[in-house]
Design a protein around this ligand. Structure first.
Ligand code: PHE
Length: 457
C-alpha cells in the first residue's frame, strides 16, 4: 500500500487512492463523538437548539476548517509540526505558525486520554450484552449495572489499558496499512445496525417526543454556553482543529480538488450523529428518564433497555458495541498519529518506539479519567471533574483555537493560489463566496464564540 517510487524517496507513505483517504478520514470522524458524546451533550444542552447550532457550526465553520486542514496536509506533505518548516522554506511564512502543530498534538493526547477510557466502557458492554446481562431489565437495574462498572476502578483500568495496547500495536504498524479494509466493511455495518435500531425504536417507543426534542425551534434556549458546546461538538465530531485531518491529508496522493471529498466526510459524520440521537432519545422518553441526567453514561443507561427487550438482543447488542469499539479505534489512531509521525520524522525514532512511547504517555494521563468516576469524583474545579475539565478544555477551547489558526494561516498567510488550486472552485462567484467564508466569516465566528464565553462566564 505504500506509495510510488517518488514517495519512497521521501520515505513517507501515502494512501493507495483517494477512496482510501475518504475511508480513513471518515473512520477518524465517525466514532464515540457521534454515538456517545453527541446524544448526551445534546440532551444536556436543551436538545433542538443545540442541534440546530451544531449543524450551523458544521457547515459554516467545520467544513471550511476541514478543507483547510486537508489542503495544508496534502500540499505540505509533512507531519503537523514540520509542515510549517516546509511552508517557511517555500513561501517564507513565519515559523511561529508551527504552534498549530503543537497545540494539536497536545489536544490529541488530552482527548485520547479520556477517549480510551470511554472506549473501555464500550468494550465491557460487548461482553455484558453477549452474556445476556440486560435481558428484560428495568431502567433501575440497568442503571445499577452501569454504576457498578463505574465504581470499579480496576475494571476501568483493565479496559483502558487494553484499548491503549490495541492502539499502540496498530499505530506501530502504520495507519496506512489495513485501515481501509476495516472501515470499508465495519462502518457500513455500523450504519445498518444504527438504522435498524432507529426503526425498532420508532416502532416500539416514543418517537414523537424525540422528533420534537431534536427538531423543534426553541430560540430562547440558545445561550453562549450552548453555542460553545455546539461548536466544540462540531470540532470534536469532525476530528478537526488538532491536525488529525492534516496528517491524513499529508498521505493523500494526487491533486484532485478536495471540496467534494470534504463534503462526503461531513455528510457521513452528521448522518451518524443524528441517527444516534434518533436511536437513543426514544428510550429516554419512554422510560421517563430525565434528558439532562444521563451525563456521560447516557448511552450505557438507555441502549441496554432496548437491547434487553428486542428479539435477538444479545447478539444485536454485542455486535453494536463491538462496531462502536471499532469506530472508536479508527478515531483513536488519528488522535495519536500526528505525535507519532512527528517522533518518526523529526526525531528519527522507529515507528514501534514512537507508538509505544506516545501511547504510554496517554495511558498515564488516562488515569485521571479512570478515577474521575470513582475515587476522585468529588474533586472538582469549576464544577467539573478531571475528566470534565480534560474534555471541556480540549474540545471546546483548544480545538477551536487550533481551528481558527488553521483557517487564518491557510486564508491569509499562504499564497492565495494554493487555496484556489486545491479547492478547485471554477466559478468566479463561488470563489468569492469561499474567500469571504474562510477569510472573514469562519474565523470571526470562532473568535466571537470563544470571546463571548470568556466575557459571559
Ligand atoms: N471525531 C472523533 C469522534 O467523533 C474524535 C476525534 C476528535 C478524533 C478529534 C480525532 C480528532 O469520535
Amino acid at each position: 500500500m505504500l506509495g510510488n517510487s517518488q514517495q519512497v524517496a521521501y520515505s513517507r507513505g501515502q494512501w493507495s487512492s483517494r477512496i482510501t483517504f475518504i475511508f480513513a478520514a471518515t473512520g477518524s470522524a465517525v466514532g464515540l463523538g457521534n454515538i456517545w458524546k453527541f446524544p448526551y451533550t445534546a440532551a444536556e444542552n436543551g436538545g433542538s437548539s443545540f442541534i440546530l447550532i451544531y449543524l450551523i457550526c458544521i457547515f459554516l465553520i467545520g467544513l471550511p476548517v476541514l478543507c483547510c486542514e486537508i489542503l495544508l496536509g496534502r500540499h505540505g506533505k509533512r507531519n503537523t509540526v514540520n509542515i510549517f518548516y516546509r511552508f517557511h522554506r517555500d513561501y517564507a511564512t513565519p515559523l511561529g505558525w508551527r504552534i498549530i502543530g503543537w497545540i494539536g498534538i497536545a489536544s490529541g493526547i488530552m482527548i485520547l486520554s479520556f477517549y480510551s477510557v470511554i472506549a473501555g466502557w464500550v468494550g465491557a458492554y460487548i461482553f455484558k450484552s453477549a452474556a445476556g446481562a440486560f435481558d428484560n431489565m428495568t431502567a433501575e437495574a440497568v442503571n445499577n449495572i452501569w454504576g457498578a462498572l463505574l465504581s470499579n476502578p480496576e475494571q476501568l483500568l483493565i479496559w483502558h489499558t487494553a484499548f491503549m495496547v490495541l492502539t499502540a500495536a496498530t499505530l506501530a504498524r502504520g495507519v496506512r496499512d489495513g485501515i481501509e479494509r476495516v472501515v470499508r466493511y465495519f462502518m457500513p455495518l455500523l450504519l445498518i445496525l444504527l438504522i435498524g435500531l432507529v426503526i425498532y425504536n420508532a416502532l416500539t417507543w416514543d418517537m414523537q417526543s424525540t422528533l420534537k426534542f431534536m427538531f423543534s425551534f426553541e430560540p430562547d434556549k440558545i445561550t453562549p454556553y450552548v453555542i460553545l458546546e455546539a461548536l466544540g461538538m462540531a470540532f470534536f465530531s469532525l476530528s478537526i482543529g488538532m491536525g488529525a485531518m492534516m496528517i491524513y491529508g499529508s498521505y493523500l496522493p494526487g491533486s484532485k480538488p478536495i471540496l467534494g471529498t470534504t463534503a462526503a466526510i461531513v455528510v457521513a459524520d452528521i448522518t451518524v450523529a443524528l441517527l444516534a440521537g434518533l436511536a437513543i432519545f426514544p428510550l429516554l422518553f419512554s422510560f421517563d428518564l430525565n434528558p439532562d441526567e444521563g451525563g456521560a453514561g447516557l448511552i450505557f443507561k438507555t441502549l441496554p433497555l432496548a437491547i434487553g427487550q428486542m428479539p435477538g438482543g444479545h447478539l444485536f447488542g454485542s455486535l453494536f458495541f463491538f462496531l462502536l469499539l471499532v469506530a472508536a479505534w479508527t478515531s483513536a489512531l488519528s488522535l495519536l498519529e500526528p505525535f507519532a509521525a512527528w517522533c518518526v520524522e523529526h526525531r528519527s525514532w522507529n515507528r514501534s518506539g514512537a507508538a509505544i512511547a506516545t501511547s504510554a504517555g496517554v495511558w498515564l494521563l488516562g488515569l485521571l479519567t479512570v478515577f474521575s468516576f470513582n475515587e476522585w469524583k468529588d474533586i472538582t474545579l469549576f464544577d467539573k471533574t478531571a475528566f470534565g475539565l480534560l474534555d471541556y478544555v480540549s474540545s471546546n477551547i483548544m480545538l477551536p483555537i487550533g481551528g481558527v489558526l488553521i483557517v487564518l494561516f491557510a486564508a491569509w498567510v499562504l499564497p492565495a493560489s494554493i487555496m484556489r488550486d486545491e479547492i478547485g472552485l471554477r466559478n468566479k462567484k463561488w470563489q468569492k463566496v469561499w474567500q469571504f467564508v474562510i477569510r472573514y466569516l469562519c474565523p470571526a465566528a470562532i473568535i466571537m464564540i470563544l470571546f463571548n464565553l470568556l466575557t459571559t462566564s
